[in-house]
Design a protein around this ligand. Structure first.
Ligand SMILES: Cc1cc2nc3c(=O)[nH]c(=O)nc-3n(C[C@H](O)[C@H](O)[C@H](O)COP(=O)(O)OP(=O)(O)OC[C@H]3O[C@@H](n4cnc5c(N)ncnc54)[C@H](O)[C@@H]3O)c2cc1C
Length: 433
């Protein structure tokens, strides 16, 4: 029986482990192991809702051990620190307790097939001060750190206002990058600031005192969408009081301000960097071919170039489809690659020359709880359809439901949807502590 080790339980890796466990794992045809540094999975496209306080990640996450038990695979918790390709094993760092005590020593795990699904990290493009002074939305702890800083900032400004008899104190949020992550976060934050004021958590005027700015290097927000949708999104953000600065390239970041290449300064209580991603540094240490973003270059079968035992999927993989071009680092690409590889690996290589073909179904960007914009492709042939407003928001919400369905099946996804709806009605609309 061959051992298939999947490293990274994100959008691609967890779905692959679930499918492969259900097919080859339960039938005893393969031992499937999933390795991740965290004990639970949180779907990355929802991280901005954790940062804004709208979502409690501990309620939404999927526990790897429970998922493994139900779906015929094994879960190993640990951070992968290296791959020994000649011995065909991976090494895991020791598992430490919060106080630094060693719980589990460093280990190694042997594989017959290894799937790297390590995701991506923020790309700071070498901008001075960025890596030291900004927050990112790379994982749940970062998103929670942002939420805490946002709440603290509001409380501090509010109490200073009270102490100084109403002198204007502001919370300045600078978001670098006007792509989907920056736009979605800005819209959610604006709603959270209003909700916190309604709950009287702070006594700020959310429109005047919580100043949200987006700095975008290009001439339009959401450059991957049609310019009409970009302009619509910008109008919506401005109506929420968010300031959008396009054609603004960041030159440096310090603790309390962001400076652009023209010399303008933007005061900042919190700076969030959402200007692009690259593969984690470890991807360049395996001796495999990588591109300039450190993504592992893969063949059409998703095998890493030059190693028949290693595959890569999702954000950490670079695949240029001969017909449709470069596969973007998106959840839908990770999902499609997981489905493809689950079939290939379940057949144990008996499929003749499998070729992955990416299909772009479009893109939806949330503009807060009630609106979204986006472009759908493939509903009628290859035609593109622009969508906006409440309908787009409903379609956007369905993306996460689709992910849940891939992990749990229709019945459990439907039950979870009802539970989430009730939970939404019963709890405050922003996490308060
Ligand atoms: C705020 C935000 C909004 C987004 N919105 C959208 C959207 O609307 N639509 C869309 O298609 N995409 C969206 N994306 C992109 C999408 O989230 C990613 O493309 C997708 O999650 C990639 O899946 P993945 O499996 O490659 O990696 P991930 O989902 O990032 O998973 C990687 C996993 O690897 C684990 N890992 C990493 N390194 C190690 C290590 N050394 N050892 C052990 N485990 C490790 C991590 O813990 C993680 O669980 C968004 C991203 C963000 C941040």
């Amino acid at each position: 029986m061959q051992t298939i080790v999947i490293v990274g339980g994100g959008a691609g890796g967890l779905e692959l482990a679930t499918r492969l466990g259900d097919s080859a794992g339960k039938a005893g045809r393969a031992r499937v192991l999933l390795v991740d540094r965290w004990p639970a999975h949180f779907w990355k496209p929802l991280l901005h809702t954790v940062a804004s306080g709208k979502r409690d990640p501990h309620v939404t996450q999927v526990d790897y051990a429970a998922q493994a038990c139900e779906h015929g695979f094994e879960f190993v918790r640990g951070e992968v620190t290296g791959v020994d390709r000649s011995a065909r094993c991976i090494t895991l760092a020791p598992l430490l307790a919060d106080d630094g005590a060693e719980l589990v020593p460093a280990r190694s795990l042997a594989y017959d097939k290894l799937v790297l699904a390590l995701g991506s990290v923020t790309n700071f493009f070498g901008v001075p001060g960025a890596s030291e002074h900004v927050l990112t939305l790379d994982d749940v702890p970062q998103a929670e750190a942002f939420r805490q800083r946002f709440m603290d900032g509001c409380l501090q400004a509010s109490s200073r206002n009270a102490a100084s008899g109403g002198a204007e104190q502001t919370v300045d949020i600078v978001i670098v990058g006007g792509g989907a992550t920056g736009v979605e976060l800005a819209a959610e934050l604006s709603h959270s600031a209003r909700t916190l004021a309604r709950y009287k958590v702070h006594a700020l005027d959310p429109q005047r005192d919580v100043r949200i700015r987006i700095l975008e290097r290009g001439s339009l927000l959401l450059p991957h969408l049609h310019p009409r949708l970009s302009k619509r999104a910008a109008r919506h953000l401005r109506s929420l009081g968010i300031k959008v600065f396009t054609d603004t390239a960041v030159a440096s970041v310090s603790a309390h301000e962001v400076r652009d290449t023209e010399g303008s300064c933007y005061p900042s209580t919190i700076t969030l960097w959402a200007a692009g991603v690259e593969a984690p540094a470890i991807c360049a240490s395996f001796g495999l071919q990588v591109n300039r973003l450190r993504q592992i270059v893969v063949e059409p079968s998703l095998k890493a170039l030059g190693d028949a035992h290693i595959y890569a999927i999702g954000d950490c993989a670079s695949f240029v489809c001969p017909i449709r071009g470069t596969v973007p680092p998106r959840a839908q690409a990770a999902h499609q690659q997981a489905m493809f590889l689950a079939e290939v690996l379940a057949c144990d290589g008996q499929t003749k020359a499998p070729v992955f073909a990416y299909r772009d179904y479009g893109s939806l960007v949330s503009l807060g709880p009630l609106a979204a914009v986006g472009m759908l492709r493939g509903a009628v042939g290859e035609r593109k359809m622009q969508v906006g407003g409440a309908l787009a928001r409903v379609l956007y919400a369905l993306m996460y439901r689709k992910h849940l369905m891939a992990l749990h099946g229709f019945v459990r996804m439907a039950a979870q949807t009802v539970v989430d709806w009730i939970q939404d009605k019963l709890s405050p609309s922003v996490k308060l502590h």
